[in-house]
Design a protein around this ligand. Structure first.
Ligand SMILES: C[S@@+](CC[C@H](N)C(=O)[O-])C[C@H]1O[C@@H](n2cnc3c(N)ncnc32)[C@H](O)[C@@H]1O
Length: 232
């Protein structure tokens, strides 16, 4: 297991157990739709991360969701199939990925994932709800957040993990985030491939509250809901 115990005296990131997140009342039935993990989904989320991500989405019951980094569309499909019914017209999940690899800086295995993702028939396309998804093909560095000011109650940041992209995506997400209840989630907190990403989130936590779910690489910023205290 990856060691995500990166806390230090200066860090404001609060490390929680999964049950502390699962304890938040979301008012929804306990039924969820899930998919068997596939080998070719390596590069996406683990099973426990997927459940924690779904729980966070349920906590804010979004009308609109934004995902930075579609990859093969596994997580897009999971969010889509579990998106609470809401009386709103048009697309409700925006998911962004690259149209090509030109002029992009990559770190770790990110270039391999980006190469795979470009020609992949994305999983959400097989969903009967696919019309709720808007695929945005754009380098996230060029995204204009003012187009989406306060539009999204749930934002998942998991595109380029080189720190300048994470920083830009995060600053944009803070503009795009709707009023409470709302949530930003980051993947790869504590991933040894991306130590600067982890440090960035540690530093960010001095400005906005950030939680990390232990046994996962998920970190989140949650408005309008209270995380349950740790037992004993
Ligand atoms: C780790 S994968 C995303 C995994 C996906 N969120 C999931 O859970 O299945 C990262 C994705 O980000 C995309 N990406 C990399 N750099 C990007 C950039 N500058 N702008 C937009 N997307 C980028 C890659 O093409 C790749 O598909």
């Amino acid at each position: 297991m990856i060691n995500t115990n990166t806390s230090n005296a200066a860090s404001g990131v609060v490390h929680i157990r999964p049950y502390q997140l699962l304890s938040i009342e979301d008012g929804l039935s306990d039924e969820i739709k899930f998919f068997m993990p596939a080998l070719e989904a390596a590069g996406s989320l683990t099973v426990i991360e997927s459940i924690m991500l779904l729980k966070l989405m349920r906590c804010v019951s979004p009308t609109h969701v934004f995902e930075f980094g579609t990859y093969k569309g596994y997580t897009t499909r999971l969010l889509l199939e579990n998106l609470p019914e809401r009386d709103v017209a048009g697309e409700r999940i925006y998911t962004l990925d690259l149209p090509d690899l030109e002029n992009i800086v990559f770190q770790g295995t990110d270039k391999d994932l980006a190469t795979e993702s470009i020609t992949y028939q994305r999983k959400y396309l097989s969903s009967p709800r696919k019309n709720l998804v808007k695929q945005v093909l754009q380098d996230s560095m060029t995204l204009d957040p003012q187009l989406y000011s306060k539009k999204f109650q749930f934002i998942f940041i998991d595109a380029n993990h080189e720190v300048s992209y994470v920083c830009r995506d995060t600053e944009n997400a803070l503009v795009m985030l709707a009023d409470a209840p709302s949530c930003i989630v980051w993947h790869d907190y504590g991933n040894p491939q991306f130590p600067e990403l982890t440090q960035y989130l540690e530093d960010l936590s001095a400005r906005v509250p950030v939680y990390h779910v232990e046994d996962t690489m998920l970190a989140f910023h949650l408005l309008g809901k209270t995380v349950a205290p740790r037992r004993g």
